[in-house]
Design a protein around this ligand. Sequence first.
Ligand code: PHE
Length: 335
Amino acid sequence: EQLLNEVRQSELKTETELETYRIKFLGSKNCLKPLFAELKTVPNEQKKAVGLQINELKNEAQRIYDNFKEKLSGATDQKEVIDYSRPGEPNEIGARHPINVIRNEIISIFERIGYGVSEGPEIEDDWHNFSALNFPDEHPARDMQDTFFVEKGDEELALRTHTSSVQVRVMENSKPPIRTISPGRVYRNEAISARAHCFFHQVEGLFIDKDVSFADLKQTILYFAQEMFGKKTQIRLRPSYFPFTEPSAEVDVSCTICKGKGCNVCKYTGWLEILGCGMVDPSVLTSANIDPKEYSGFAFGMGIERIAQLKYRVNDLRLYSENDIRFLKQFKSAF
Ligand code: PHE
């Protein structure tokens, strides 16, 4: 009875288990053999019944063995047979996010004229986001209105409002000549609408060397605009103000959409604003331990969403962060 249970209970999963089973119940020294020897001691009138039982046990073991053997070889057969004519599973290919496409394009345009890429933290201290950049203490940009403040113990930190903070870090940690661009996400405390968001992406650039002039700045921006929007693109500079540059300017490109014919994107002016720039203020250089008598430089900063908007004509900022697959799918051919 107990042996019958053993014969039946075994679950055979591998070739080795199968072989152990064979040796135990069916091999030349199997555990059923002694039973046949013991048959001699069984009284004559019971011999037949007991003999039948032992035989049944042996047959059962054989059946189970054959059964598992077939199963196992079936399994290995399936692994080996590959049907090369079967059509492949359809595999949906993703698309790069438009912000990444434009970001990569901007990086590659500036890499071609010797700029490297630098990155820094999104949670910044007051020094790198404001003070080192010549923001006076009472400057409105430090207000709760524009800046998200973060408290960490006694320290008051902020979500960076621009990637100029990264440029301060680069100036502090390296010696001129410096040629770097800083792509990254920035945050401003604004109500979310089609035209404003509480976060967006920037690429800011910094060039510091001996005898860097405003003409170098203008030519660099022209080069960028023509690489980005086409060789016929023109630029125009309007005087502006930033605490960290002097003189400062805002740059417009000739409308990439109507090509000067007039459309509602450029409000029939033929021009679109794309970036802010200027010569680095001497006090910013001094804050970063660079001698303004020896070195000068320029800086510029642009919003990636804005450039993407002009290239892809996406006029609602919210679309970039909603992860709507119907929007994202449309950038499959962009790279
Ligand atoms: N940091 C400015 C902004 O975020 C852009 C800028 C960068 C302007 C460098 C001038 C020079 O708006």
